[in-house]
Design a protein around this ligand. Structure first.
Ligand code: NOJ
Length: 567
């Protein structure tokens, strides 16, 4: 079967290479800082996701998600942390909207927890009105404050029941269940929500959830699971888009997109064709895996070639990469009203030449090596190097490959090192300044970017890393059960970018950091006093009632003793 497709493959390869020529891999122009502003109406926002911030994991009728189950297993998350209470966002959303208002955000990106509104995952079984009310209140309050909600339907927290009963995304029935859930969201929230994102970062769901097992549901189905799961998510996305298109669009007039996250892959040597091809594979196996079907109706040719060839060498009768039937190709193609992009970092890429017999998996399939420049700043998470020029390259690549789609940057930001409590986050201000500036250059290049979402509004549960990596503009004191928020200096810096809609002129921009740092020392003092406040709370909430109870008991005993003596 594979052999019969070879002439086709060769033809398609020629076509694909021709299409990719639009993007000039050899031209990496690293220009100096660009002073200027974004087009009027450019939307500024910050983001979060349900499991990472809400807490209230088993309250008000919420069902269990795969992340609740995964985090409760020993050894899966750094220090066995969980998102059980996290930032208590479920209770503190009013405070959080005040923070957004203060920053003058135009939009807020958050996700809906599927098991909070459908505890078993199935609409036919039980709808949790308390959960629906929570999102209704959140959405309405955002709108009252002129903040546009951008809502993600799936930020990784599948109802555990669907995992137990059907094997989660490995099962094609998930397409219908997800569609039912999405349809319910359109029905109950769609009069107010106009921007819908079906999936957040499906790459991570597939590779980290079903290939390496670092994320929930923790499966290690090397070389098969991720491809199967991705195939179902692509179809589920398309189905939800069609549902919206047929049932809701004319009434609600909203848009349905997806959020794909990818690092940029730069050839180690741009004059070496093999390095260029390795970089192409890197990006095609990352975002092309999902963007290809949604924009062109099929997987990137290079994925079909590489996985097909490896499957053949393994003696399999068919490729491990599933195949779209002709009618499925036309069904999935053109189902993105806008493209959400998450982007954090860059890698240099070169060919790897994995020896055969190592076991086939996603990584040996794409057959490349990732390198980093030791000079790149590495302020936070181990994987996150600050390489601003990669962002412009990435955006231009997307423009060239997918017909210049409408783009919303749905995630971009940087974390800080473990246990760092310095609120004067100079490195984050630099990161935002430089990355947003490269985005501005991309807009000048003609890339159709409509909005930018800083990741994230708050420090939150960073998946398998627990609370050790803080991405927030606001510091959250997780030691205190009230989870107070403290602004980092970058809040002030981001506010300046928002109010200027970019970078007006050198003199002004150069004063921003200094001004931001002036405010953070007082926040630092407040945070330093927090254990004291926590201690005082403990005194009032635990020690005082205990001492009082003891006094009452002792007095009672004493009183009885006196009485007995009198008798
Ligand atoms: C992408 C994920 O969507 C988000 O949940 C996570 O916090 C960031 N990456 C940072 O790792």
């Amino acid at each position: 079967m594979l052999q019969r497709r070879i002439p086709f493959l060769a033809l398609a390869l020629v076509f694909c290479v021709a299409a990719a020529e639009d993007f000039d891999w050899t031209k990496n122009e690293k220009s100096s800082f660009h002073y200027g502003t974004f087009p009027t109406g450019f939307s500024w926002g910050a983001g979060s996701s349900a499991y990472q911030t809400e807490g209230a994991w088993n309250l008000d009728g919420k069902g269990m998600s795969i992340w609740d189950a995964f985090a409760h297993k020993k050894g899966k998350i750094s220090s066995n942390e969980t998102g059980d209470s996290s930032c208590e966002g479920y209770y503190k959303f009013k405070d959080d909207i005040n923070l957004m208002k203060d920053m003058k955000l135009n939009h807020y990106r958050f996700s809906i927890s599927w098991p909070r509104i459908l505890p078993s995952g199935l609409r036919s079984e039980h709808m949790n009105e308390k959960g629906i009310k929570y999102y209704n209140d959140l959405i309405s309050l955002l709108l009252d404050n002129k903040i546009t909600p951008i809502v993600t339907l799936y930020h990784w927290d599948l109802p555990q029941m669907l995992q137990d009963k059907y094997g989660g995304w490995l099962n094609a029935s998930m397409i219908n269940h997800f569609n039912d859930f999405a349809n319910l969201c359109f029905e109950r929230f769609g009069n107010r929500v106009k921007y819908w994102i079906t999936f957040n970062n499906p790459w991570s769901i597939a590779v980290e959830g079903y290939e390496t097992g670092e994320h929930a549901p923790g499966l290690k189905l090397k070389g098969t699971g991720a491809y199967k799961v991705a195939h179902h998510m692509i179809k589920a996305h398309a189905k939800v888009w069609h549902t919206y298109d047929m049932k809701w669009r004319s009434k609600q007039k909203g848009l349905v997109g997806i959020s794909l996250t990818a690092d940029w892959g730069e050839p180690v040597d741009v004059s070496n064709q093999r390095d260029i091809e390795a970089a192409q594979r890197y990006i095609q196996f990352y975002m092309g895996w999902f963007a290809g079907p949604l924009f062109h109706g099929d997987y990137p040719q290079v994925m079909k070639d590489y996985i097909g060839r490896k499957s053949g060498q393994q003696g399999l009768g068919a490729s491990r990469l599933p195949v779209f039937l002709p009618e499925e190709k036309s069904y999935v193609k053109g189902t993105c009203d806008f493209l959400g992009l998450g982007h954090f970092t860059t890698r240099y890429v070169t060919q790897r030449n994995y020896p055969s017999g190592l076991g086939d998996n996603y990584f040996t399939d794409r057959d490349l090596a990732e390198l980093v420049d030791p000079k790149w700043p590495d302020p936070g998470s181990e994987w996150l190097y600050s390489v601003p020029w990669g962002f412009r390259r990435f955006l231009n690549f997307v423009k060239s490959q997918y017909g210049n789609p409408m783009i919303y940057v749905t995630e971009n930001g940087v974390s800080e090192k473990m246990l760092c409590t310095d609120l004067c986050d100079d490195w984050r201000m630099t990161y935002f300044k430089e990355y947003i500036n490269e985005m501005l250059k991309a807009v000048k290049d003609g890339v159709n970017v409509k909005g930018y979402t800083a990741w994230s509004l708050l420090d939150s549960f960073e998946w398998d890393e627990g609370y050790t990596e803080r991405f927030g503009l606001y510091y959250v004191d997780f030691r205190n059960k009230n989870k107070p928020r403290y602004p980092k200096a970058s809040v002030q810096y981001f506010k300046r970018i928002i109010s200027s809609n970019g970078f007006p002129n050198q003199r002004e921009v150069e004063s921003w950091k200094r001004k931001a740092v002036e405010t953070c020392s007082s926040s630092n003092q407040l945070l330093a006093a927090d254990p004291l406040i926590g201690h005082m709370e403990m005194v009032t909430e635990i020690v005082v009632p205990t001492v009082c109870t003891l006094c009452i008991l002792l007095s009672a005993v004493f009183f009885m003793f006196l009485l007995r003596r009198r008798l």
